[in-house]
Each structure stands twice: as structure tokens, then as C-alpha cells.
Design a protein around this ligand. Structure first.
Ligand code: AMP
Ligand code: MG
Length: 422
């Protein structure tokens, strides 16, 4: 038997999975604060029809051009007259005619008389109160009903929803279907919006092949690119597919040069650490505009952030789980700022845990999770290569930076994936 070389393995420390002493790991919140302070909108502004504006970001505050409702009107089908009535029985003569939505009653309703009114009709002169038709008996040209009925009952005031000139929607708002209703209701036909942020997606790694190709031994399919492209689309950005490049510095440099012309931001996956084949970080470092972000985060460190010819690059780790988490936690709010929508915080919920977990202090953790029966379940494995767990999950459980021993029933912070996009 050949003699083994006399190499002493490095001593295993008790806390070998704890963070290295003396190394500055940036807490997640500090990293986010930095992004928030440094990034500003980069997209242009264009005017679009309201009907085409869903999912786009308002570039300016939008004021109501008209009050909603424009005139006082009736909220129900019934009978209108002046002033409320006290307790007891009341009989009022009905006058000829009616007021309907879009078909106002032109005359004046004499004091003490009532008029047939239909939902949405502008209140005629002499009417400020409406009784519901179900509460009325009509006979011999009169209506009879029981009080009490307050003055103004069953009516809507002009502008009670929104007054002309009031702020309808603020700049930075990503427009929802309901926003299109609001804008239309207050007379706004077109709005100034930001052009979509173009985000280039690029995979790196010698081992990658595209789905559909033959994969040799040791090769794997590029799983990140379709995921990241679709994430960008969901978040309201315009994804630009820049394919994949091998672990080759010249090829990567060329591709980054092409990308920088076609995109407002570049998101790469793989090659972001400080290893021999980590060319994204190496190139960015060479370009002199690279921040290696050693973030106290699991899964996901490190992240290479840099500028390539003026275009921000988010160098994500290659692990699909880490790539997704880093995209949601860092790239999403950063890109949102660049897209002009301000700083977006995902909506999180406190829910009881359906699991037990001990966590050491030092870094924030994100677990693949979903809610069942009102409790947060986590995926059975924390392995960051387990893509099936990403697909299983419907959100993330976020565990704070400090130590924690979570027991079933304890409150945990759950962030649905859907909180990360509009
Ligand atoms: P890296 O960050 O380049 O060191 O890659 C970390 C791990 O993620 C390695 O196991 C890679 O093979 C894997 N990986 C990198 N890029 C991708 C990708 N696009 N799809 C799936 N796995 C990837
Ligand atoms: Mg790699």
C-alpha cells in the first residue's frame, strides 16, 4: 500500500457551521438599506391609454378630473323626497315621472311629495332622501311607509368616493385592474407610466445545457434561466433572454458587453463566489466595480453586485434555491426601485409553525414553506439543490438573524411568493 501524504486536515471546529469569526457578514437588513439608498429609477416615461396600463408603474401623481359620483344620486331603487321622517306611519303623494341612471328628472319635486327613483339616478331638485322600494306600499297614487328615516338615507353625496382634483393614485403605483376602474371613473383616459425595466437573464457554467439538448455525464440542465425569466415577467419587468455562457472569461465579457446595450439591469446566475471558475465575480472585480456581498443569509451567499459599463449586475449564486431566494429578497426590491415603483416590501403574515427547528445566531434563514390548515409547513429538506422543494413551496418562512428554537405552534413569519409580485 502506498504511503499517504502527510497532510493534516484542518481542525474541525465545534461550530463549523457557524459564521467565520472576524469576517464581516453583512446582515440582510443592512444590505437592503444599501440598495435602497443607492438605486434610483432608470426607465423612461410614456403616456398610455388607461385600458393598456395594467401592471405598469405611474410616473406621476394622477388627480381626479371629475368627482365620483359627479352628482348626488340614489343608492337604491325606491322613492325620493325631501328630508327624513320620524317614527310612525307616513303617506306621501307620488308625482308623475321618474329619475333613472343617465335619465334625470328635469323638474322639481314639491315639498311633501315623492318621486320614483332608480339606482344611480341623480337626485332631482327637491329630493335629498330615498326610501327603499321594499319598505313601501304604493296605492292610489301615494306611497306609505314607516319611519324613522334619516335625512340623506339611501343616497350618495357628490364626490363621496373622490372629489375632482383629489389625488386618485400616487406616482410609483403599479396599476391593478381596480386602478383602471378608478382612473376611468374619475375621467382619466390616459396616464404617464414608466417604460418597462429591461432585465437581462444570463446563466453561467460549463456544466449547463439547455433543456431539449443531450446532457452528457456531469452536465445538468439550465434550470435557473427559465425560472428567472418568468420571475421577471411576473414582477412586471421585461425579461431579456441572454442565454448562457461557459465558465470562460472572454466569452462572459463579450456577452456582458452585448447585454449591457440591451438591458437596464443584468441578472446572472452561477459563478458569483470567489472560486477559480467564478468568472462573474472575477470579471466584475477586474472592471473595478464589484462589491462582493457576503450576506448573512441562508440560502444564498455570496452575491456579486457590480456595474458593467454602467449597468447594474446582480450576480446570483448558481444553486436554484439560493438563486430564487436572492432574487426575491434582493433583486426584486432593487429592480423595483430602478423601475420607478419605489421600495417594495413583501406582505408577510405571522402564522403558527407546523414544524420544529433550531437555528443558530448569525444569519437570516429562508425556508421553503407553504400554509396548510392555517399553519406553516416547511420542506423536509433544506438542501439548496432541491428544486422540487421550490416547486412544492408557496412561499418562504423568514427566520430572524438571532438564535431561535421554533416549536410547533410558535408564530413564524410567512411570506407568500405572490407577495413578491403585483
Ligand atoms: P456556482 O454558483 O456556479 O458555484 O453553482 C452552484 C451550484 O449551482 C452548482 O452545483 C451548479 O451546477 C448549480 N447551477 C449553476 N447554475 C445553474 C443553473 N442555471 N441551473 C441549475 N443549476 C445551476
Ligand atoms: Mg458555476
Amino acid at each position: 500500500m502506498q504511503d499517504k501524504p502527510d497532510i493534516t486536515p484542518p481542525p474541525l471546529r465545534n461550530d463549523c457551521f457557524a459564521l467565520p469569526a472576524g469576517v464581516d457578514w453583512t446582515p440582510v437588513d443592512d444590505a437592503l438599506t444599501t440598495l435602497r439608498q443607492r438605486l434610483t429609477p432608470v426607465t423612461g416615461v410614456q403616456e398610455v391609454q388607461v385600458a393598456d396600463a395594467e401592471g405598469l408603474v405611474l410616473a406621476q401623481d394622477v388627480q381626479a378630473l371629475r368627482s365620483n359620483p359627479p352628482l348626488p344620486n340614489t343608492a337604491v331603487d325606491g322613492y325620493g323626497f325631501a328630508r327624513g321622517r320620524p317614527d310612525g306611519a307616513h303617506v306621501l303623494p307620488l308625482i308623475q315621472g321618474r329619475a333613472a341612471a343617465g335619465l334625470p328628472f328635469e323638474g322639481k319635486v314639491p315639498d311633501g311629495s315623492a318621486l320614483r327613483v332608480l339606482t344611480g339616478a341623480a337626485l332631482p331638485d327637491g329630493v335629498d332622501t330615498v326610501i327603499l322600494e321594499e319598505d313601501v306600499k304604493v296605492q292610489d297614487g301615494h306611497i306609505a311607509f314607516r319611519g324613522p328615516l334619516k335625512t340623506g338615507a339611501n343616497t350618495r353625496k357628490a364626490g363621496e368616493d373622490l372629489c375632482q382634483g383629489a389625488l386618485a393614485l400616487p406616482r410609483q403605483r403599479r396599476l391593478t385592474p381596480a386602478d383602471l376602474a378608478l382612473l376611468s371613473a374619475v375621467g382619466v383616459a390616459s396616464v404617464p407610466v414608466r417604460t418597462k425595466l429591461r432585465v437581462a437573464i444570463l446563466s453561467t457554467g460549463d456544466e449547463l445545457v439547455d433543456p431539449g439538448q443531450t446532457a452528457g455525464p456531469g452536465q445538468i440542465y439550465d434550470a435557473n434561466r427559465p425560472m428567472l425569466l418568468s420571475l421577471m415577467r411576473r414582477m412586471g419587468f421585461a425579461p431579456v433572454d441572454m442565454g448562457r455562457v461557459p465558465d470562460d472569461r472572454d466569452a462572459l465579457r463579450q456577452r456582458l458587453n452585448q447585454v449591457a446595450e440591451r438591458a437596464d439591469a443584468i441578472v446572472t446566475s452561477g459563478g458569483a463566489s470567489a472560486g477559480d471558475e467564478d468568472h462573474v465575480s472575477a470579471l466584475l472585480r477586474q472592471a473595478g466595480a464589484m462589491q462582493e456581498w457576503r450576506i448573512a443569509l441562508k440560502p444564498g451567499r455570496p452575491l456579486a453586485l457590480g456595474m458593467w459599463d454602467g449597468t447594474p449586475v446582480f450576480g446570483l449564486p448558481g444553486n436554484p434555491v439560493a438563486a430564487l431566494v436572492c432574487t426575491l429578497i434582493f433583486a426584486r426590491p432593487a429592480l423595483g426601485l430602478m423601475a420607478g415603483e419605489g421600495w417594495c416590501e413583501p406582505q408577510a403574515f405571522q402564522v403558527p409553525a407546523a414544524f420544529e427547528k433550531r437555528k443558530k445566531p448569525g444569519r437570516r434563514e429562508y425556508l421553503r414553506a407553504r400554509i396548510r390548515d392555517g399553519r406553516a409547513e416547511v420542506f423536509h429538506s433544506e438542501g439548496s439543490g432541491r428544486i422540487s422543494g421550490l416547486s412544492w413551496a408557496e412561499g418562504l418562512v423568514e427566520i430572524e438573524d438571532g438564535a431561535r428554537h421554533i416549536q410547533p405552534g410558535d408564530p413564524v413569519r410567512f411570506i407568500p411568493f405572490a407577495s413578491f409580485w403585483p
